[in-house]
Ligand binder design. Structure first.
Ligand SMILES: [Zn+2]
Length: 72
């Protein structure tokens, strides 16, 4: 159970103006509503959650430890 998502849904339910769907996340298909933040990554529309995942993946890919794995 994603508590943040639950409260976000409650907020949207209580505010009908928020219901206007603008985009869908290209990764997970979640609706992105008017006035909601979204992210453009390499031409894809991402919701905040997917962007965080992409960011974490990218961070791990780029991460090195000095003195370890620094070449052959
Ligand atoms: Zn998404």
């Amino acid at each position: 159970m994603n508590e943040d998502k639950y409260w976000e849904e409650q907020r949207i339910t209580n505010d009908p103006q928020e219901m206007e769907e603008y985009f869908e996340c290209d990764f997970c298909g979640s609706p992105i509503y008017k006035n909601q933040e979204y992210y453009i990554f390499e031409g894809d529309i991402l919701c905040e959650q997917c962007f965080d995942e992409v960011q974490m993946t990218t961070k791990r890919k780029c991460q090195r430890i000095a003195g370890e794995d620094d070449g052959d």
